[in-house]
Structures are given as C-alpha cells and as structure tokens.
Design a protein around this ligand. Structure first.
Ligand code: UDP
Length: 322
C-alpha cells in the first residue's frame, strides 16, 4: 500500500485530493496549519484507518514518521485577497515550505509534486498560455508574493530534480472551482454565488472585460493524478480552455441562481491579469487528459453545495483576516 503526504489537506484542492487518493487505496497523511484551510473539509476522513492528520506549518521543519512514497505540496493561501492579507506566510510556504518538503522527499526517496499556478505567467502577453511562455510578472506588486513564491518553488523543485535526481512533477493550475471553496475567500465564483444567495448585487471589478477559464475540481484532480503517475518532469498546465469574460460569467451566475439583483462595478485590483486561458496541448499529449465537465454542469453542482450551507455560514462572509 502506497503512502502519500498531502500538504494543504484541509483546503479546497487538498481535501479533494485526499478523497481521491483514499479512493485509490493509498494511505493518506494530511497536513495543514489551518490558516486558510478548514477541518470541516476532511472531517469525514478522520474515522478512516488509512487517514491521519498533522496540524503543522510546513514553513517550519517537517517531520513525518514512517515511509512516504509521494508528497503533494498544496499548502498555500491561493486567493488574491488572502495573500494580500498574509503576504509573508504566502512567501514562506512557497519557498521555505517547499524547501523543507523537498528535503523530506529526498530523505524518504519519495516522488514530489508541487502545485504551481497560472500566476507564473502574470498578466500574460502570450495567449493562450503554453508552458514554454516565461510570463510577465511584477515582482513588487501585490500579487508578487504569491507569483514569485510559486516561481521560486518551480526553480528549487527543478534544481532538486537535476542536482539530486529527485522524482519531481510540476502542475500549473488555472482557475478551478467546485464544492468546498470558501464562500468568503474573495474569488469571483464564491463572491458572485454568495452575493446572489444573500440578495446582494454582484460586484464586477473593472469593466468586466477581463477573461478567465474555469475548470471543475474533479477534472483538475484527474489531471494531477495522471501527472503524478507519469514520468514527466517539466511543468504541465491543467485547466479548462473554455474562456469567458467576467461580465459573461456574472450573467451565467444570475441565470443559474435566478437572482433579481444587478451587477455593480468596483475598481479593478492592481495587476489583475487581463486574460487567461491554458494551452493544454502538453496535458493532452503526455497525460491523454482533457476536461470533461462543462461549466453548466460544474456550476450547478457547486451552486447546490453553496445552497446547502447554513444561514450562519452564508452570512459569515466577512473575510477571516479582517
Ligand atoms: N472579480 C470580480 N468580482 C469579485 C471578485 C473577483 O469581478 O467579486 C474578478 C477579479 O478582478 C478577476 C477575476 O474576477 O479579474 C477572477 O478573480 P479571482 O479572485 O477569482 O482569481 P484570479 O484569477 O484573479 O486569481
């Protein structure tokens, strides 16, 4: 039986990865310091013999007793308003945290997969973005703490691969959505659905002409699973190439939720990328992967999840670092 460490286990993506690896018959060790994660996302796993959990900050030395075959590093604040409010932790988990986990992977002779991001492309001048594009990132802008930590993470991971011969994988994750996103995490999908459910107007930042491409979480997890089991070491984009403007996205949420509210316009955050769409040629060729879940289907499942939350949860929308 293979044993896997998943950092960020109580987060949105981490918790779905725990579920998938448990389902595939792995022993799963979850780790999270719960600054942005929530134990509610994994509480159903605590009764299982093949699941254990450590409340630990991976920016500090990481000790895990016993063998490990794989490490998935998914610990990091991942929403723009989170990393604006906790910039130093964001830098540390991507840099010091990654270094600690690479050391652990080397000691355990484990394969390590890191969660990188479309943010390594910054506000891209090449569209759609292939893995060969080096990006357009402002290192000292508000997003720099996340983007540069993730770029450093890729660099140190590649160095451990070439210098120490460590088996490493790099996934560049584009906007992903699904159940267990935090209603108050500030990202566009929970923001719009939360506003619709509370009877508030939907806040579009800027003029709404900026684009994003949204991938349903199960598709993303499938791509990561395939990449982990592959023998490919260069970065791979995983995301859904179906691109829409934020204005069109607001219209889709209004239709889905049946809200009578309107859209209102607010200032565009500094360095907000104007366009984003993954070029997934590499994932298609190497992993034989492409997304299967349409936005219509995925949004419906996600809306049902948000609708099932309690009123208390719905109105606890104030950001947790305020
Ligand atoms: N956005 C918006 N209204 C909101 C939240 C976000 O118009 O209430 C915009 C945001 O400015 C960005 C896009 O939606 O252009 C996606 O933002 P998100 O925070 O989800 O993630 P990003 O892709 O920017 O990391």
């Amino acid at each position: 039986m293979k044993r896997i460490l998943i950092t960020g286990a109580a987060g949105f993506l981490g918790s779905h990865l725990c579920d998938r690896f448990i389902k595939e018959g792995f022993k799963v060790v979850g780790m999270d310091n719960l600054i942005t994660g929530d134990l509610k996302n994994i509480e159903h796993l605590f009764k299982l013999e093949n699941f254990e959990f450590y409340n630990h900050d991976v920016s500090k030395f990481v000790h895990v007793p016993g063998d490990l075959d794989y490490i998935l590093h998914f610990a990091s604040p991942a929403s723009p308003i989170d990393y604006l409010k906790i910039p130093i932790q964001t830098l540390k988990v991507g840099s010091l945290g990654t270094h600690n986990l690479l050391g652990l992977a080397k000691a355990k002779k484990a394969c390590m997969l890191i969660a990188s991001t479309s943010e390594v492309y910054g506000d891209p001048n090449v569209h759609p973005q292939p893995e060969t594009y080096w990006g357009n990132v402002n290192p000292v802008g508000p997003r720099g703490v996340y983007d540069e930590a993730k770029r450093f993470q890729e660099a140190i991971t590649m160095a451990y691969h070439t210098f120490h011969g460590l088996d490493t994988k790099i996934v560049r994750i584009f906007n992903t959505y699904g159940p267990r996103m935090r209603l108050n995490d500030g990202r566009v999908l929970p923001a719009f659905i939360g506003q619709a459910l509370r009877g508030e107007d939907l806040t579009i930042f800027g003029d709404g002409s900026q684009t994003r491409s949204f991938c349903y979480v199960d598709d993303l997890v499938e791509g990561i699973y395939r990449l982990l089991l592959s023998d490919y070491h260069q970065p791979v984009n995983i995301g859904n190439p179906s691109e829409i403007t934020i204005s069109q996205f607001a219209e889709e949420i209004i239709k889905l939720t049946g809200t009578n509210q309107k859209v209102i316009y607010k200032d565009l955050p500094v360095d907000d990328p104007k366009q984003r769409q993954p070029d997934i040629t590499r994932a298609r060729e190497i992993l034989n992967w492409e997304p299967k879940v349409s936005r219509e289907e995925g949004l419906k499942i996600t809306y049902d999840y948000f609708r099932s939350l309690s009123q208390e949860e719905l109105y606890k929308s104030k950001h947790r670092f305020e």
